[in-house]
Ligand binder design. Sequence first.
Ligand code: GLP
Length: 240
Amino acid sequence: MKIIVCKNHEEVSLKASELVINQLKSKANSVLGLATGSTPIRLYELLVDAYQKKEISFKDVVSFNLDEYIGIDRLHPQSYYQFMQRNLFGLVDIKKENIHIPNNEVKNNEEIAKLYIEELSKQQIDLQILGLGTNGHIGFNEPGTPFGNQAFVVELNEQTRKDNMRFFDSLEEVPKHAVTMGIKDIMQSKQIILMASGAEKAEAVYKMIRGEVCKKLPASVLQLHPNVVVIIDELAASKL
Ligand code: GLP
């Protein structure tokens, strides 16, 4: 694990954007694994800037999103489908057919996961972007998730729903289920960049890096991956 401690979230985003931009410059048809949440928003803005300056193109990029809520449709402003349209896909030249986000409009939950596993099996992710839940989750792999899981439907835990309440009008409106890439899918990526900022992530960051590798702290599995870059700000690094 390579650990880069930056002064603040802006620097975390800049550092991550450099790595993504280099990836796209060296391989125009890169397969990117993408995250949602507040952490990567600035990164996406910087990628859009680089696209507008013609430094990079998304014309041949293929993307796979980590996760999606179940119980709200794709048109809901808080669906991850809409998040990606607003923050990246709607602003660059990525082809619609190259975008993969679990399809939460399929009626049967098991079917949503099965379809995503099929899509994921066709390509290997070159670079996976990850955020970090305050409870150490990655994607929506909550504490206790077996490391061998492929994409599956998860019941979100209370802490995660509370953390994500800020995007909704009330806790009741936060979906209770989501579909997420499994830890096995994430670990198959060639390279992983995990970004985290803020004091509320410090405990999870500490356990991810210094703790034992165990299901209780899903992100600790990254210690077993050969090519992980952890980019964090000083607050998130404060317990190291
Ligand atoms: C959500 C997402 C995760 C994300 C995490 C952290 O639960 N499913 O992929 O990493 O939140 O979110 P934030 O970046 O807003 O702190």
